[in-house]
Design a protein around this ligand. Structure first.
Ligand code: 5GP
Length: 189
């Protein structure tokens, strides 16, 4: 049994997951955030190996075939997955591992690692979520609509999560997330 704990963070795009996770990392020592593989194209400010491992559908498929993913899912027409080996290595080191993944992936990880803790981040309102997605300006109108539809669907899964953090105020939401993570501590064995 590995020593480290696993925290899964999900929530609609625009809920502010990325910012909250960055703040968590700067507040709590020993947190390691997994870098996912994806077939999505990089956005202008994204860096291979830091934000994602960007790859072709063929490369992604061969990782699936080799059983290298702890979980993977298709979101908005692209595939995203968590690499098993990296998560296992960091958990063995006793690190607190954070996965920022969608609810389909969260369900798969919870089945494989039952004491994983699931945290769902929500925006204060649907209108605010829409405003934040549009403000980011990274997507076409069609993509914005797809993200909003996914957000609506994902909101129905809130009840299956261990904790729900409302990101109304970033400082307050950070405190709440830090509190959740610090209360987990390290496993005995
Ligand atoms: P984005 O394209 O905005 O970076 O991410 C889109 C969605 O994919 C988000 O909900 C994000 O949490 C999810 N995602 C990112 N990496 C993974 C992963 O490795 N596995 C799964 N299942 N979802 C992921």
């Amino acid at each position: 049994m590995s020593k480290g704990r696993l925290v899964i963070i999900s929530g609609p795009s625009g809920a502010g997951k990325g910012t909250l996770v960055d703040r968590l990392v700067s507040r709590v020592p020993g947190v390691w955030v997994s870098v996912s593989a994806t077939t999505r194209r990089p956005r202008p400010n994204e860096v291979h190996g830091r934000d994602y491992y960007f790859m072709s559908p063929e490369e992604f498929q061969s990782l699936i075939d080799d059983g290298d993913f702890l979980e993977w899912a298709e979101v908005h027409g692209n595939r995203y997955g968590t690499l098993k080996s990296m998560v296992a290595e960091k958990m063995d080191e006793g690190r607190l591992v954070v996965l920022e993944i969608d609810p389909q992936g969260a369900r798969q990880v919870k089945a494989a690692i039952p004491d994983a803790v699931l945290v769902f981040i929500v925006a204060p309102s649907f209108q605010e979520l829409e405003r934040r997605i549009r403000e980011r300006g990274a997507e076409t109108e069609e993509q914005v609509r797809a993200r909003l539809a996914t957000a609506e669907r994902e909101m129905e899964l809130v009840g299956t999560y261990d904790f729900v953090v409302q990101n109304d105020d970033i400082a307050r939401a950070t405190d709440e997330l830090v509190g959740i993570v610090e209360s987990l501590g390290e496993k005995e064995s």
